[in-house]
Structure formats: C-alpha cells, structure tokens
Design a protein around this ligand. Structure first.
Ligand code: ADP
Length: 190
C-alpha cells in the first residue's frame, strides 16, 4: 500500500493536487475538511459541532476529528492506499493515524508538504472565497487565524514525520501541472 499525507498551509492546493494524485495512483482521497463540510451541509450533530470551530478558523477537537477519520478508513478497507488531505493537523492526530495504520498492518509512506509563502496563501484563499461558498474563506481575520493555527499546531507534524524520515517539502508555487509533476517525482521514488 502507498499511504500519503498531503500537507501544507490552508490554501496551498492540497485539494486540487489530491484529486490528481488519486486518479494517477488509484488511492482513496480522505479530506477531513470535505468530510466536515458534508456533515455541516446535512446539519448532522457532528456537523453542528464542527461548525462552531470552523467558522472561527479554529481546529475541531482531536477526538471528534480522529473518530470521523477512523470511520471513513474502516468503511473503505479494500483500497490500494489512502491519501490524507488536511489530516493530521496536530501531533495527537499524527499519533492516532500511525496507530490506525499499524492496526491495518500498514504505515504512512510519506508526508509531502506543499510549500507556499503567506502572501500567496491569503491571495489564493480570498480568490477561492468568491466561488467556494465557504464562510471561512471570506474573512481576512479568520484566514489569518487559520494560518496562525497552522504555524503553532500543525507545522510540528512535519517534524514528527521528519523524525521517521518520511517528510518532504515540495515547491507549491507554479502551475497546477508543474506542482503535480514535482509531487509525482516524490511518489515515484517510494
Ligand atoms: P484548508 O483549506 O484551510 O486547508 P480544510 O478544507 O482542510 O481547510 O478544512 C477546513 C476547516 O475544517 C479547518 O479550518 C478546520 O477548522 C477544520 N478541520 C479540517 N481538518 C481538520 C483536522 N484534521 N483537525 C481539526 N480540524 C480540522
């Protein structure tokens, strides 16, 4: 199995690249952001809880996020591998993911980080906000909070997988195809 973590700040292009990687390598795409938006769209209890955090640009608590992720993985056992997008976002989530993979007799193969400067990120998110229908993409204070949370809580995940010799940075500036080619070069080395 090939199990990838697509990593990077909000608006770094994870969703766009994940869709392309899934097609090329036949992996199951699991995006915690998409899962939360689905739950919020259906106004489920999980969606209602998640909404109170997401609309402030905060992280949804680990227990809630890990439980949802586990359900999704367990509902799809017969796959060639997973691509995790937007997860893990904390060290606790990373430990939970490693444990879940070990239970399935597999492991994370690599964490690929899309490296994009802050100014570019804010520009991209505001642009996306015009059409995404996402309230968290429209307000510059919320976007800044997401970036701050990324720096304080999420970026340590890079070092966590770095210690396992699995973390790699990929230049996330350029055309969609250029960035995709860089990611594929890293996956093909695995
Ligand atoms: P982005 O475009 O900022 O990368 P996502 O679409 O992945 O955002 O997620 C949107 C929001 O959902 C996040 O800002 C966060 O509030 C919540 N969320 C997504 N994934 C996680 C996670 N792994 N842990 C906690 N909260 C999460």
């Amino acid at each position: 199995m090939v199990n990838l973590i697509l990593f990077g700040p909000p608006g770094s292009g994870k969703g766009t690249q994940a869709a392309k990687l899934v097609e090329k390598y036949n992996l199951l795409h699991i995006s915690t952001g998409d899962l939360f938006r689905y739950e919020m769209g259906n106004d489920t209890p999980l969606g209602k809880e998640a909404k109170s955090y997401i609309e402030k640009g905060e992280l949804v608590p680990d227990e809630v996020t890990v439980g949802m992720l586990r359900n999704k993985v367990e509902a799809n056992p017969d796959v060639q591998g997973y691509i995790f997008d937007g997860f893990p976002r904390t060290i606790a989530q990373s430990e939970a993911l490693d444990k879940l993979m070990a239970e399935k007799d597999t492991a994370i193969s690599a964490l690929l980080m899309l490296d994009v400067p802050d100014e570019e990120i804010i520009k991209r998110i505001l642009e996306r906000g015009k059409t995404s229908g996402r309230a968290d993409d429209l307000d510059e204070t919320i976007i800044q909070n997401r970036i701050d949370v990324y720096k304080s809580e999420t970026s340590p995940v890079f070092d966590y997988y770095g210690k396992q010799d699995k973390a790699e940075k990929v230049d996330g500036v350029g055309s969609i195809e250029e960035i995709f080619d860089r990611l594929c070069a890293s996956v093909d080395k695995l």
